[in-house]
Unconditional design. Structure first.
Length: 167
């Protein structure tokens, strides 16, 4: 009984990056399924193809997610022309729209109400962020606050993946 309880406590306390079955850095990223674009919709047949993407999983009820919004807005203001910032949630349109009336998010905000993208990326705790290069390869994942302007710039200019950053 103590062993089961100990394992349960350990599994809850482990960081999400050690518990989830994330796509492997350096390998092809799973597809991104968007049920609905709320903001920033790209009017192209294949809007994600060939783009560098920062994919952020978030929710309106998630305090760490909300705390990361100003940081992500600041990064987007610097890299808006080079990177598509995509914030994905599994919440309802009405809930997210109410939130967006009070809180500005610079990223494109999309809904994955069937959690297809969440499942494909192994996301069971949020916030979680992935950097996907223009060839569709996962180059980094982690907490959005770990992304820095300097690290992203190094990635874009020298193709040095953020997972090699020395935090």
């Amino acid at each position: 009984m103590h062993l089961i309880l100990s394992l349960l406590i350990i599994s809850v306390l482990l960081p999400a990056s050690l518990r989830a079955d994330f796509p492997e850095v350096g390998k092809a990223a799973p597809g991104i399924v968007i049920a609905e674009w709320l903001t920033g919709e790209i009017q192209e047949e294949t809007p994600l193809a060939g783009r560098t993407i920062i994919l952020e999983f978030w929710a309106t009820w998630c305090s760490p997610c909300i705390k990361a919004i100003p940081h992500m807005n600041a990064l987007q203001s610097v890299f808006d022309e080079q990177i598509l910032f995509l914030s994905i949630t599994d919440e309802s349109r009405s809930k997210v729209e109410r939130f967006l009336q009070k809180t500005r998010m610079s990223s494109a905000v999309v809904i994955d109400n069937q959690r297809k993208t969440y499942t494909a990326y192994g996301v069971d705790a949020i916030p979680e962020t992935f950097l996907i290069d223009s060839a569709g390869v996962v180059r980094w994942h982690g907490h959005p606050d770990e992304l820095t302007e300097e690290g992203i710039r190094e990635f874009l200019e020298n193709d040095i993946a953020p997972y090699t950053w020395d935090f």
